[in-house]
Design a protein around this ligand. Sequence first.
Ligand SMILES: Cc1cc2nc3c(=O)[nH]c(=O)nc-3n(C[C@H](O)[C@H](O)[C@H](O)COP(=O)(O)O)c2cc1C
Length: 368
Amino acid sequence: MTSGAYNPFKPAPSKTALQKIFPWTEAPLVASAPMRLISLAPLAVEVSKAGGLGFIGSGNDQSNLEETLKHALKLSVEAKLPIVGSKGETFLPIGVGFLNWGADLEYTLTLLKQYRPVAVWFFAPRSTEGLVEWTTKVRETTFGITKIWIQIGSVKEAVEVVKGCKPDALVVQGADAGGHGLNNGAGLISLLPEVIDTLETLVETRNIEQLPTIIAAGGIADGRGVAASLALGAEGVVMGTRYLAANEAQLSPGYRNEVLRASDGGQTTVRSSVYDTLRGTTEWPKEYGGRGVVNKSYHDSLSGMSLEENKKLYDEAVGKGDEGWGESGRLTTYAGTCVGLVKKVQGAGETTKEVRLEADAVLRRLKG
Ligand SMILES: Cc1cc2nc3c(=O)[nH]c(=O)nc-3n(C[C@H](O)[C@H](O)[C@H](O)COP(=O)(O)O)c2cc1C
């Protein structure tokens, strides 16, 4: 891992664009998704320590964000991550993810000013205009030091976001992704190249100045997925589901066991609003559903059980703790179609390095 002063304005030579911006990272960049309530400081910092970029999931509620950032700062200092800038200023070598439909912009700005994370991640705004405001104010407040990553799930969204916000990185989320995503989506293998081709045409016709850095998300769980994403045109990847099995992920053993058990995710996971409805997270814009492992709540909802009855049974399952998960359980296991590739629990840093090395090996093999 590289060390030394971090200057976001001064690129290091002979590295890919991402390594110029985040000099402690290694190519290909592996980032961890900002999973609300699950990706907290320990997970994010371990990923960055391993040469990746870890994101905290702040979601739509910033009430614990300051505490989490403080914790991340402490862990980063202990790990001697390169967080000191050329003028002695400090940067947090992690990102923070927001669900823009509910997140609090003004409070966020005060924390960004104070803690200086190297990136923010925006997702699921109520409108592109709202995102433009977030982007402009974050850039003004952090003088462009905090890079803007925006996750999109369609070509239309990509065009709107790139024209309106000029993000530093565009996270292209394919339909396989775990957790929330557009109800009408395409897999990365078709979505990602079409996004790139469309944006390149916009550059040629001078509708946009340049392509943002392209990051792939959705269904990537090991080095093969990383290599495939690079072949499609991405410069880095994000994994969510794979990190659910990280020691540092903040989740119940029942949830983790269900991630390790489930396989054949095209059949055993579904994108739906049923889980949101039962959990009471119903403020999501209507275009989004959450992908999770199919369970009894979902089957009962399909067979016409009333919401009232289903919710009552869900609440009873909450009281059962870890037993409430599983195929015949009712608690939600948000996870993507790659869930069948997640078979071992280990440190997030180990996963980050392993996946990167696997990708290198795949790419070398392909070159013969
Ligand atoms: C359990 C879980 C929670 C998630 N929570 C968030 C979130 O709070 N904010 C966000 O932008 N994305 C969230 N996502 C989606 C990720 O950003 C990303 O698109 C996804 O994990 C990539 O697909 P994968 O799960 O197949 O790796 C979540 C994903 C999972 C699996």
